[in-house]
Design a binder for this molecule. Structure first.
Ligand SMILES: *Cc1c(COP(=O)(O)O)cnc(C)c1O
Length: 334
């Protein structure tokens, strides 16, 4: 794997720590648990989109773009990190927010990531849930062109092969850390949504030849769709790295049984997961992604799935979104 072949803007705080989480591991019934702290990537609150944005912004700058155009759900962490990356390189940032959860709550629509998007200077436009977001991206890019600008379009979640290079690099980084610590990892667990994180990890592990299984916990799509999306993107990412045939279908596993009512909708098990991580390790998870992944980890651990195993939970960040869920969480944190 030779990542210097790709344009990259350096702004993430790397490597992120790989920390033991013994109290949470014990609460899970005896899991040797470690947390890869990608909530600490350093860009305006951090999170997993920062690694992807190093490669996406690298390409945008190499192409002479002056405006980043992207989309996401209202409480998108990806949008916040894109707005911050744009600010850092003096680029404009045009955002389309999809009211995907249908929430009318004021904190959901104005606090949390939305407040930070505005603070970071992004231009926000909102469209109804179920809108054609790719068409909206193209429309916005055309409007930028029409006024003489040079847009660079970043897909939702930064999930294309360029963005996924960030997680191929994370896979390499994690293996270096584990080897230095003498840690034999049995399983990596991560939230999976727009697929770039899991796809990048799978591609990176395959290309460096580390046979560590990755389990994605789905936050939106049913399993066949999610695994299909991850596999396709993992193949594209491995191909970009010069190894088109390296990723096998069996290396892509997503468990989508913990989505609950739907994307961005919080249930009691998610709240219990947020509380457990906070109260055993002082870890702040989020209600949409890392909290749902932890809900899955807790349920699978209770089935004895990880007993005496060494598990790395990839903390993908998102705690800034907690402030968009105040009204949902209020009274339920006792
Ligand atoms: C976007 C996001 C994810 C999901 O990552 P994908 O690459 O979209 O699958 C997980 N956790 C957080 C906090 C996120 O913002």
């Amino acid at each position: 794997m030779h990542l210097a072949r790709f344009p990259r803007a350096h702004f993430a705080h790397l490597p992120t720590p790989l920390e033991a989480a013994p109290r949470l591991g014990e609460a899970l019934g005896g899991v040797n648990l470690f947390v890869k702290r990608d909530d600490c990537t350093g860009l305006a609150g951090g999170g997993n989109k920062t690694r992807k944005l190093e490669f996406l912004v690298g390409e945008a700058l190499a192409r002479g773009a002056d405006t980043l155009v992207t989309q996401g759900a209202v409480q998108s962490n990806h949008v916040r990190q894109t707005a911050a990356a744009a600010a850092r390189f003096g680029l404009a940032c045009e955002v389309i927010l999809e009211t995907r959860t249908g929430s009318k709550a004021e904190d959901y629509n104005e606090n949390g990531n939305v407040l930070l998007d505005r603070l970071l200077g992004a231009a926000l436009r909102t469209v109804p849930g179920g809108s054609d977001m790719n068409a909206a991206l193209e429309e916005t890019a055309q409007a930028v062109r029409d006024r003489g600008g040079k847009p660079y379009v970043i897909p939702g979640g930064g999930s294309n092969a360029i963005g996924a290079l960030g997680y191929a690099d994370c896979a390499r980084e994690l293996m270096v850390q584990a080897d230095a610590m003498g840690l034999k990892i049995d399983q990596i667990v991560t939230a999976t949504g727009s697929a770039g994180t899991q796809a990048g990890l799978v591609a990176g592990l395959a290309v460096v030849g580390a046979d560590v299984p990755v389990l994605g916990i789905g936050v939106r799509a049913p399993r066949p769709t999610q695994e299909g999306n991850v596999f396709k993107l993992a193949q594209e990412t491995a191909a970009l790295l010069g190894h088109p045939d390296r990723v096998a279908r069996e290396q892509v596993v997503a468990d989508c049984d913990y989505v609950g009512e739907g994307y961005g909708l919080v249930d009691q098990a998610v709240i219990e997961a947020l509380k457990l991580a906070a109260r055993t390790e002082g870890l702040l998870l989020d209600p949409v992604y890392s909290g749902k992944a932890m809900k899955g980890l807790i349920a699978l651990a209770a089935q004895g799935r990880f007993e005496c195993r060494t598990v790395v939970f990839l903390h993908t960040g998102g705690a800034q979104g907690l402030f968009g869920y105040q009204s949902e969480l209020e009274g339920k944190l006792a």
